[in-house]
Design a protein around this ligand. Structure first.
Ligand code: TNX
Length: 776
């Protein structure tokens, strides 16, 4: 018999003892691979690679430190290791970077073997993305800023081939409406890189603030970067400012700050595209230099909402263009990006129609209308920008009056502008409000911090596809990619900004990086929970809105019951509920089918994980009343866009939320609501409650009067009560119940008339929103 050598015996003893004390070698399955965005292709092998104090990074090109730093820093934080970067490969336990010019831009291949890892790429971004993938293969504790004990830094033996679907994968940050410090911008850059995003669109100019130092025009930041502090008021409830107001809210980036941000971003593979708005969204510049406007009236930097935007640059005076060219000369010096974004959105051109200089310009340039004058403006700026070797991007309004010859269009009012631009042979970046506006709500509006409006939950972002099928193959090539926009009217703090960006940015990154065929919401929700743990360790205030339980009801007429359906963003999730008024706990009933309700009931529900409630609790009292499920007849049918949830919307027990698109509201534009509810038999009643909403921004106003009439035969009505409420200015959004009480009446038919305000003091039709009508 062959004898075993001494060292082999020791090896077996170590092996046996490892297993006998329960420390089994981890076997990875596909379910353990939780990478976002999902790689194009991966195959798992057997065994693992283990990072130790002796692991080396083998790099033979410059930028080695910048690239490898992603992981070096992580191991420094968690283990206090100073892993070595060398040019010579050791015998084992190393990560090697191999240049491969056959790969596409930004692509990488990752091969993990037990003794070494290789990352092949053609460019720095490819190498960085390979490292970001390793980071996500490592246990989530790698994100810790503090020492981690007993960690096992292993990743599975595997092979990954990966590359982006789109070359442009961006996030827009509005630092004008509210100012964000350079440190926060740098943090955001790290977080973009982690998701393999590659553009930061930096919205540096708007009415409410000019945020970049321009040496030739110091007043742009001395005056334009600061405004009267009205931060305690709602954005649309702030008073108009004057040049005399004490301006204390604001801030700006010096040119040194900008250089620091750009250098930092470049090292992380992020291109920073500056946006210098024109001809509108520039009241901060006009407050600094009134001569830039048509009528040169001195104004203050606005502290809040301005609509419509009529104070814009004069398109007639040559001095305006001279100013803008000088500004852009400094901007071009600071940003290596090939793009300069000139805005171009939302200009109300009433001053241009009256201004002698603009009129003269239109005559000499033979322009038919003010849209063509804006087109002249943009084309003239494009010529200048092109002469400096750069390309122009503008919002889709730059299509109006004729597109500048080389312009790239950023489509925000849906995808329509993008489609039109691509058909004209122009490059396009898709940022439609429907999927890409991160200033929208992401959960039930009553539960969320104030947002601009709209509703764009995580699953909606995940569905985003920049490619529109009506385009030909050649036209589709013009779609460079997509971008999320975070407008900051309602966002005053960094933590609120993080809340709006995460986790939606993770969904967007997958929509823009991964092949469309691989998109799978179930699989994404399985991976995102691991990302949440990373976000927690990174102190990112990510939104947990996807965990929120929401309810829907169905009326079962025959049985006179209401069925409540519970759901949340996660498929097949463990929702539990309780209806006896006690608190939720691990013994609460698991939700598996609609809950039947026949009387006023308090319903509490939550998503559970590991037998514990997670996320915010759903807590609603479903008010059963005498009109539930009864027929409602309308004198004037509600507006097509707000039909609620069908014929029983007003009497289905479910209440409309502050999100006016939640499918519960019925609404009338410029008209009254008049409905009759048939209680089916003579019933004693003494109160009617009408739910309504006010959100004056989008034109939704409370009724000015509600009247209640009762009848036994449906012909002869008696007025039994009413409430009146005079119009009052009301920023923000609000829900209210209007209760009309009266002495007990026997009635079968109840008529309710809610009178629409019809005209705002500023003119324009008003919306009347109603849900629900309760009768008792
Ligand atoms: C429209 S999107 C704007 C912004 C606002 C935003 C609010 C675009 C090009 N213009 O100025 O902040 O709506 O969502």
């Amino acid at each position: 018999m062959k004898r075993l050598g001494f060292s082999k015996i020791i090896a077996i003893m170590v092996f046996v003892s490892l297993f006998s004390c329960g420390k089994q070698a981890k076997v990875f399955t596909e379910n353990d691979i939780k990478i976002i965005p999902q790689p194009v292709e991966f195959t798992l092998g057997e065994g693992v690679f283990k990072f130790t104090e002796n692991t080396k990074f083998v790099v033979n090109f410059k930028d080695d430190l910048v690239i490898t730093n992603i992981l070096l820093e992580k191991f420094k934080n968690t283990e206090n290791w100073n892993l070595e970067v060398t040019k010579e490969a050791p015998t084992n336990n190393y990560v090697e970077f191999i240049l491969d010019n056959n790969l596409n831009n930004e692509a990488y291949q990752l091969t993990v073997a037990p003794d070494k890892i290789t990352i092949s790429a053609k460019d720095a971004k490819g190498f960085m993305y390979g490292l970001e993938t390793i980071r996500q293969l490592l246990p989530v504790e790698i994100e810790s800023k503090e020492k981690v004990s007993n960690a096992n830094w292993i990743i599975p033996v595997m092979e990954i081939k990966d590359q982006p679907r789109f070359q442009y994968r961006g996030l827009h940050l509005d630092v004008a409406r509210h100012f964000f410090k350079k440190e926060y911008i740098k943090k955001t850059i790290d977080r973009l890189a982690m998701l393999k995003m590659n553009v930061l669109h930096f919205h540096l100019v708007d009415d409410q603030g000019w945020r970049i130092e321009i040496k030739k025009y110091p007043k742009l930041t001395e005056v334009g970067a600061f405004r009267l502090d009205q931060e305690d008021l709602h954005w649309d409830g702030r008073r108009v400012t004057t040049p005399e107001d004490e301006a204390t809210y604001g801030g700006f980036y010096t040119q040194e700050d900008i250089k620091e941000i750009v250098t930092y971003a470049t090292a992380k593979g992020i291109e920073v595209i500056p946006e210098i708005e024109m001809p509108a969204h520039v009241m901060s510049a006009i407050a600094s230099y009134p001569e830039l406007s048509c009528f040169e009236t001195p104004i203050g930097v606005p502290s809040g909402g301005v609509w419509p935007i009529t104070e814009i640059y004069c398109a007639g005076k040559d001095s305006t263009f001279e100013f803008l060219e000088n500004v852009l000369l400094e901007v071009i010096e600071l940003f290596p990006s090939k793009y300069i974004h000139i805005g171009g959105d939302e200009a109300t051109k009433t001053n241009w129609a009256k201004c002698p200089n603009c009129q003269k310009r239109m005559k000499t340039e033979q322009l038919e209308n003010v849209e063509e004058l804006q087109s002249y403006f943009v084309k003239r700026m494009e010529k200048f920008i092109n002469s400096k070797g750069k390309s122009l991007i503008g919002w889709d309004e730059i299509l109006e009056g004729g597109l500048a010859p080389e312009a790239t269009v950023m489509s925000w009012r849906g995808v329509k502008g993008g489609v039109e631009a691509a058909k004209q042979g122009h490059d396009v970046i898709m940022t439609p409000g429907s999927h890409c506006y991160f200033d929208h709500y992401q959960g039930p509006q009553n539960e969320e911090p104030l947002a601009w409006g709209g509703y764009t939950p995580l699953s909606k972002v995940y569905e985003f596809d920049p490619i529109v099928e009506e385009l030909s193959e050649a036209e589709k090539k013009h779609i460079l990619g997509g971008q999320a926009n975070l407008w900051s009217e309602q966002i005053q703090t960094e933590s609120h900004s993080e809340y709006m960006i995460f986790p939606r940015l993770a969904a967007l990154s997958e929509a823009l990086w991964s092949p469309k065929e691989l998109r799978d919401w179930n699989y994404f929700t399985n991976r995102i929970t691991s990302m949440f743990k990373r976000y927690e360790l990174l102190d990112i205030n990510y939104a947990k809105s996807a965990y929120l339980v929401t309810a829907d009801t169905q009326i079962k007429l025959e049985e006179n019951i209401v069925e409540v359906l519970l759901k949340n963003e996660f498929p097949n999730s463990d929702i539990r509920y309780i209806i006896d008024g006690t608190d939720l706990n691990s013994t609460s009933k698991k939700y598996s089918e609609p809950i039947k309700i026949t009387e006023t009931t308090n319903l509490k529900a939550s998503l559970f994980e590991n037998n514990q409630p997670i996320g915010k609790e759903f807590n609603q009292t479903i008010k059963f009343h005498k009109a539930v499920g009864k027929k409602v007849s309308y004198k004037e049918i509600y507006n097509d866009n707000y039909q609620g949830a069908g014929e029983f919307t007003l009497v289905n027990t479910l209440r409309g939320t502050k999100n006016f698109h939640d499918g519960q509201w019925q609404a009338w534009l410029g008209k009254d609501m008049e409905v009759v509810i048939d209680l089916e038999k003579e019933t004693s009643i003494s109160e009617v409650t009408v739910g309504s909403m006010e959100n004056q921004g989008p034109g939704i106003y409370y009724p000015i009067k509600i009247e209640v009439f009762v009848s036994l035969n449906g012909k002869d009505y008696k007025r039994v009560g009413n409430v009146e409420r005079a119009y009052a200015k009301n920023p923000g959004s609000e829900l209210k119940e209007f209760k009309i009480e009266f002495s007990a009446q026997n009635a079968q038919y109840v008529k309710v008339i809610a009178t629409n305000l019809k005209n705002t003091p500023e003119g324009g039709d008003t919306w009347l929103f109603i849900d629900e009508i309760l009768i008792d």
